[in-house]
Design a protein around this ligand. Structure first.
Ligand code: MSP
Length: 511
């Protein structure tokens, strides 16, 4: 049976416009989703928007709109950005959709009925921008630990018994080494869980905030935006919907969710979400992977609140969407923070795309045009099977797959870069332009092997650079294949005698 893979991005706050930081999470999730499709897996890719909460209500009021109108207007920014960045999501999920609202209410009721939700008076500090409560001891210089304004609140609220599941969560993390990744983040969460866990305030009085999902057992309250938003990952695949039990069984229970998130929302996912699921008696996600931040010039997290954000569309217009995707997937070790500067971007494009891959293609295709009338020269397996380059070429796919499965796309891509380096060296050493003078056949074999390396590389880089690699395959006259993953591990895949087109440089070089 075909194996399946369920991957999610966070649901973005609808009132921010996408910037390079949020685009990063989405592009990386898309790169991973496309690799898993290439491996032949049945992939379900979810993204969407987090639409309830105080920030949204305030922004709508400011613009003289209802919150729903405001969301409907803002959501277009995301749909447009993801389409421009070639994001292949299967579902764009909005937390204001009726099926989600119903499922969240059912979940609240279920936890209330078993006694995992209780009411109490809450007194403490609240950060509107983060929608998080803080206790006195959490505050740093009178602000939230991340430097946001807080206000004092005292009110009756409902609480979820998070503390009840603390030990079960610790056990689960310890027994499942790939539940929280990377390793350092897993240890951070375990460190956090060494302190006693408090219960989670999951309600907001309507008097203060009406834009949210009404609590079914107390109409004066809506639920906390995180309680609502986190449930999306399960409700989107049919949780609490009797008509979609099969979907839920397949995607949630059997496949298991992989959540790609930024490290700033690790606690909400690893602790809030996991204990909610334990309370509901539902399987925990397969993996929660926390990536690092794209940093701005001042080496802070790039974010609208700090100004100084890079618009991904400007970068896309400058270098093209594929080069931008390549840079993010290749330059940054997934999990680490990384600065973003145009110099770094252009440097990576020049060295690996223009000089390495682009150059290999332009030189080899030019020689094929010169000596073979632009037709792919013939080859016999016996001509090349002992060449180290040939062995290297067919072994690259599996190495890349191992790294992708470990959430290390930068390492996975590096295997292809090393292969292309070797092919460039091979071309230089074999000098088919000289060979052609004595043996056209031998020159043909060298060029054919190089072209096969370009073909294999184009398949292995396609999830990162879908448009450019499709273009390259077209220039190589590569027929459509039903099983590209198999083709990537097969040395000979081009069609002898078919006409190739060198074309314009695939990746222009930048000064
Ligand atoms: N709405 C919540 C998530 C709810 S998920 C059930 C939220 N939204 S967000 O729009 O503020 O952030 C979404 C994601 O973008 C987070 O994973 C965050 O880490 C990521 N990024 C925002 N700025 C970023 C960078 N500068 N760099 C990398 N990712 C960053 O949180």
């Amino acid at each position: 049976m075909k194996s399946s893979f369920y991957i999610t991005t966070p649901l973005y706050y609808v009132n921010d416009k996408p910037h390079l930081g949020t685009a990063y999470a989405t592009i990386m999730t898309d790169v991973l989703a496309r690799y898993h499709r290439l491996f032949g897996e049945d992939v379900y890719f979810l993204t969407g928007t987090d639409e309830h909460g105080q920030k949204c209500q305030q922004a709508a009021e400011k613009n003289g709109l209802t919150p729903q109108q405001h969301c409907d207007q803002m959501v277009v920014n995301f749909e447009k950005a993801w389409s421009d960045l070639n994001i292949t999501y299967d579902i764009f999920y909005r937390t204001t959709n009726p099926a989600h609202i119903k499922a969240v209410q059912k979940s609240l009721q279920q936890l209330f009925d078993v006694g995992d939700i209780y009411s109490d008076t809450y007194e403490g500090w609240y950060s509107v921008s983060e929608e998080i409560f803080y206790t006195e001891k959490d505050l740093v210089d009178g602000k939230s630990p991340t430097g946001r304004e807080v206000t004092r609140v005292q009110e009756k609220n409902y609480f979820f018994k998070m503390s009840k599941y603390q030990q079960a969560l610790i056990d689960h993390i310890e027994k499942n080494p790939t539940f929280i990744m990377p390793e350092a983040k897993k240890n951070e969460v375990l460190g956090f869980l060494r302190q006693p866990l408090s219960d989670l305030c999951i309600s907001r009085p309507k008097a203060r905030l009406s834009w949210g999902i009404e609590i079914p057992f107390d109409k004066d309250y809506v639920t906390y935006v995180w309680f609502d938003a986190l449930l999306n990952y399960a409700t989107a695949v049919g949780y609490q919907d009797p008509a979609r039990q099969k979907d839920f069984e397949h995607w949630w229970n059997q496949t298991g969710a992989v959540h790609i998130i930024g490290k700033d929302i690790l606690t909400t996912h690893a602790v809030y979400w996991s204990t909610m699921l334990l309370g509901l008696g539902v399987r925990l996600p397969k993996t929660i992977f926390a990536h690092g931040w794209i940093l701005n010039k001042a080496s802070e997290k790039m974010s609208k609140s700090f100004g100084d954000v890079v618009n991904p569309m400007d970068m896309k217009d400058k270098v093209g969407v594929d080069a931008l995707r390549y840079y993010l997937a290749r330059e940054i070790h997934f999990g680490n923070d990384a600065p973003f500067t145009v110099d770094l971007l252009l440097n990576r494009i020049n060295t690996e795309l223009a000089n390495n891959l682009g150059n290999l293609w332009s030189r080899s295709s030019q020689l094929v045009e010169k000596f073979f009338e632009g037709r792919i020269p013939s080859i016999e397996m016996t001509d090349v099977e002992n060449e180290p380059l040939a062995k290297h070429a067919v072994a690259t796919a599996e190495k890349l797959k191992t790294d992708i499965n470990n959430f290390q796309p930068s390492h996975g891509i590096e295997h292809v870069v090393l292969l292309l380096n070797e092919a460039n060296k091979y071309l230089e050493e074999k000098a088919p332009w000289k060979l052609a003078k004595t043996s056209l056949e031998e020159a043909g074999v060298v060029l054919r092997l190089v072209l096969e390396v370009v073909r294999i590389s184009s398949i292995l880089l396609e999830p990162t650079m879908p448009m450019k690699m499709a273009e390259l395959q077209k220039r190589m006259a590569l027929p459509e294949s039903a099983n590209k993953w198999h083709e990537a591990q097969t040395l000979l895949g081009l069609i002898t005698g078919s006409s190739i087109q060198k074309g314009e440089p695939l990746f222009p070089r930048y000064e």
